[in-house]
Write a protein that binds this ligand. Sequence first.
Ligand code: NIG
Ligand code: FE
Length: 392
Amino acid sequence: MDEALSDAADADDRRVGLIEEGGVFCQEGRIEWVGRWADRPRNLGDVARLDAAVALPALVECHTHALFAGSRHREFGLRNAGRTYAEILEAGGGILSTVEATRAASDEALAASLSARLEAFRQLGCGVVEVKTGYGLEHEQELRHLRIIREVANNAPVEVVATYLGAHAIPPEHRRNRDAYVDEICGRTLPAAAEAGLADAADVFCDRGAFTAEEAARILGRARELGLARRIHTDELSASGGCAVAAAVRAQSADHLEYASAGDIEHLARADVACVLLPGVTVFLDTERRPDARAMVAQGLRVALSTDYNPGSSHTLDLWLMVTLACTLLKLTPGEALRGVTRVPAEVLERGDRFGRIGVGRRGWLLTADLPSWHALPYHMSAQSHIHRVGF
Ligand code: NIG
Ligand code: FE
């Protein structure tokens, strides 16, 4: 192998904390020991032995819009014929068509489809999944959707983190009075969601055709006062100023970032805001603009990856596919991409103490892979039969 290539592979081994000839002990769903197999403690009693070439922690999916009804395949066709995502949204379609379908759907139907999607995420290797609202866009509807997420979470096969995204689009009934909707979010829905313990975090879509940086600052500032974590969709369709907002409110993450400039990235670095990159959107919407992932890494920023699973801009549940796309489209190294679906998203969701790494005390949900090396993980495009779940 070329020497530079082999140095890069060694650096990546260190980045993922590779243990060669390693072993893990789990008991009652908890990791009790991890290290080199030769150094294993002999006093742990009888254990079932499972041989695998590669072991890694369950994946963490930190950005989905998995609670929705309806289908947007017609819009997919329109884009195929040349219309853009932003044009469709501005004309009252896009997110707003899903809002109409989701408002009209029953609790049972929404719960059933969400449960099925969470099971699909588990099958693909995810142990934790974040789910956003944002297709209710009205006080009662948004609270109803948060309640459904919580109820489904109680019996879900994965851990669920709930995010209130009432600021996903300006609802049709407030088009001429958007301030009234921001007032409703800050004065009514956010406090109610926080008080009832229905949301772990709040999010805002800060972009052209959605919410301004000033509106995002107001909403996320309120979320901070209420003790909720903060997330922001920013710089997806245009340079929208959301990175400065994310830094000011000490957000857990800024997501999308296709149009984020060097100055924006500096804002994020100064406040240690993690970046969540969503390469499925780049492919699904066929956009040319890419987030500058290398500049983010160079600034010391933590980079997570996510499917952004939603009916409009990224209709996939496959986080393994994102690992491959992050390497090919965004030039992350395999190690950076792997951290982007384990350790970093676990931190973004404030679950780093139990997920995202194989460490003592963490949850014993693991993945094994029949591969010659962990370096082969991104080389396989999408989750395939070589990945197996252990413990969940
Ligand atoms: O993250 N950008 C805004 N929201 C979603 C898309 C939601 C939709 O189109 O329904 C996203 O891409
Ligand atoms: Fe999103």
